[in-house]
Design a binder for this molecule. Structure first.
Ligand code: GGG
Length: 354
């Protein structure tokens, strides 16, 4: 029996509802397949932990997480704690501390669900967005002077390194190559941002030489939003900076039906550190504690986690169960036009597992 150590970090808000739901589905699947066991340790890190200790996670938190095979994460964000404190204190600390530089965000319209786009037949919107996850606009560099004075100045410095851009570009080209259409769109803002973004374009052209079978094109980030809406079928794999891809992937999720269904993997491709899987949505305090959260993004993230662990068959079975539930259309949460709650969707997906 194969055994995996999973660190579960529900975090804040609806993270505390969707992660237990995801663990229920995962444990049911493990029992059903009878081929692997999940040894789950849950950590109560997040904003409540911050209120009682002054930090979102313990000082030695990364050391604690290092032996795990994967991290299953919920969300961060709390109305009582500044967003930059929660984000940098937990999610980014793990992503950057574990060099999870490839943030993979698949988006497609699941069976039975509808895109808000007028002209989007099934199969048209099927993208994977690769978000550079270690530097760029999230380098954390900058500062403020003359605080509170009319002369106040704040700088937010984006840092792009040749090594950082090359490795994410190689990752994105390889991912594009593994998909049927073998197509990569490189997103920048290299008309206005004339240093780092121009280097992105140059490195993309260099890496492309090693992937002659991948069709590559370039798009400015503003034009990319229009193309996602007007010509969704013209895109397949997309690579973009930390900030650009964060924004594009929220749009992508909405165009696929709801941000509640969208998964992500924060991957350390060299496997020197555990990778982390989470829904892309945040803590959604407005619906917290009501049992209304859509757990599908968290279930789909579990599919990605299983793939990462090498459990391809279990991953396929879980994805099929999710798709059976969306296709039936009878047990959907409110964001998808239904009236079911988290618990009902969880039960429906468990029942659909074969
Ligand atoms: N599960 C994703 C999550 O908690 N996101 C919170 C957030 O504020 N993310 C911003 C970002 O990743 O740039």
């Amino acid at each position: 029996m194969r055994e995996y150590r999973i660190a579960a970090i529900p975090g804040d808000g609806i993270g505390k509802e969707v992660i237990p739901a995801g663990l229920t589905v995962l444990q049911r699947l493990a029992r059903l397949t009878n081929e692997f066991r999940l040894d789950v340790t849950t950590f109560d890190w997040g904003s409540d932990f911050y209120r009682s200790t002054g930090a979102l996670m313990p000082q030695d938190g990364l050391h604690t997480l290092q032996p795990f095979d994967a991290i299953y994460f919920g969300a961060v964000g709390d109305p009582g704690v500044p967003d930059h404190v929660t984000l940098w204190g937990l999610r980014l600390k793990i992503c950057q501390g574990f060099d999870q530089y490839a943030n993979v965000r698949p988006t497609r319209v699941l069976p039975g669900l509808k895109s808000p786009l007028a002209d989007c037949p099934p199969g048209t919107l099927d993208w994977v967005i690769v978000r550079e996850n270690s530097e760029g606009e999230y380098a954390g560099q900058g500062g403020r002077s003359h605080r509170g004075h009319p002369e106040e100045v704040a700088t937010e410095v984006s840092i792009f390194t040749r090594a950082g851009v090359t490795r994410i570009m190689r990752f994105a080209f390889a991912l594009a190559r593994s998909r049927p259409r073998k197509k990569l769109t490189v997103i920048t803002k290299s008309n206005a941002q004339r240093h780092g973004m121009v280097m992105w374009d140059e490195i993309a052209a260099e890496v492309a030489k090693d992937f002659p079978d991948v069709a590559v094109d370039k798009e400015l980030v503003d034009a990319a939003t229009v193309r996602m809406v007007n010509r969704p079928g013209s895109l397949d794999t997309i690579v973009a900076t930390n900030l650009h891809a964060d924004i594009l992937s929220d749009l992508a999720a909405a165009l696929a039906g709801s941000i509640g269904i969208a998964p992500t993997g924060n991957v350390n491709p060299e496997r020197r550190h555990p990778s982390m899987f989470e829904p892309i949505h945040g803590s959604a305090f407005d619906i917290m504690g009501k049992g209304l959260a859509n757990p599908i993004g968290t279930f789909w993230s579990a599919v990605m986690m299983l793939e990462h662990l090498g459990e391809a068959d279990a991953a396929r079975r879980l994805m099929s169960a999710i798709e059976r539930v969306t296709a039936a259309g009878t047990t959907l949460t409110r964001d998808l036009g239904g009236s079911a709650g988290t618990a009902q969707v969880t039960e429906a997906v468990c029942d659909a597992l074969t």
